[in-house]
Write a protein that binds this ligand. Structure first.
Ligand SMILES: [Zn+2]
Ligand SMILES: [Zn+2]
Length: 259
């Protein structure tokens, strides 16, 4: 007989011992459970246009009301899922059944209460065969929270410092064009707007940006950008595009049209 080697129920990596999730997947589950209440609370700030504090326009905003944020804010997916599994845990551990618990006075508090219940019992949950399904569902809910509060576009973007001889990269926030940016290495400062112009004008450097940032910067839709990329064979690297090449092609097109 071979010893009990099990597979992680989420990523199929090998796990030893009595847990059904590997270390990494356990940590992810814990983080997700930790963050869901904050995401749910924040979702209320994304219901209507102009309340997000950024110029980003999504299709959902253009209809004037963000339905996904509303759903998230009233926890219409979160609570049924977490309560379901909470009931399962309470049965399994012979705790007070849900019917005998007092309801929290608000949705926010209800979400916070069930999330902290799950965190408190996580060590036990990790030993249950169903933890793979549970972690997958929690991951889905967490991802939805990130997308309604649009955390996913807040990832830092880095561009090469345009100062000659400086090899550093500068972290930028593409949504705040007028904010100041400083290179930590050469200490030069610019507004973001100026920095990007300088970087694009530097013939010795290629300047890569992701699709979302390019759309924001050039005020184009994803479809329009992809069309330029395809027609003009714009250089690509790891899902990033050479924005200076796109700007140049657009400029050329504009001149051809107006000749
Ligand atoms: Zn795993
Ligand atoms: Zn620099």
């Amino acid at each position: 007989m071979i010893g009990a080697i099990m597979e992680c129920r989420a990523c199929q990596r090998e796990v030893n011992g009595e847990l059904f999730l590997c270390n990494k997947c356990s940590l992810n589950l814990r983080d997700n459970l930790n963050e869901i209440p904050a995401l749910q609370f924040e979702a209320a700030n994304f219901l209507t246009p102009g309340r997000s504090g950024s110029g980003f326009v999504s299709t959902e905003r253009s209809i004037g009301f963000n339905v996904a944020a509303m759903d998230y804010s009233i926890a219409s997916d979160i609570l049924p899922l977490l309560h379901d599994y909470e009931a399962k845990i309470r049965r399994g551990r012979k705790l007070t059944p849900p019917a005998l618990l007092q309801r929290q006075p608000s949705i926010d508090l209800e979400v916070a209460a069930t999330a902290s219940f799950h965190l408190a019992h996580l060590d036990w949950t990790l030993k249950q065969e169903w933890v793979g399904d549970f972690s997958a569902e929690v991951k889905k809910i967490h991802a939805k929270g990130l997308s309604v509060t649009k955390k996913f576009i807040e990832k830092p973007r880095r561009i090469p410092c345009p100062t000659d001889g400086c090899k550093a990269h500068v972290v930028i926030d593409i949504e705040n064009l007028l904010s100041g940016v400083t290179c930590l290495k050469c200490k030069a400062s610019w507004t973001l707007y100026r920095l990007i112009q300088l970087a694009m004008d530097n013939p010795n450097r290629r300047f890569w940006l992701d699709m979302e940032a390019i759309c924001l910067w050039l005020n184009m839709t994803k479809r329009e950008v992809l069309k330029v990329v395809k027609v003009h064979k714009i250089p690509k690297r790891n899902g990033l595009y050479d924005i200076a090449a796109i700007v140049k092609k657009r400029h050329d097109e504009f001149h051809e049209k107006n000749l």
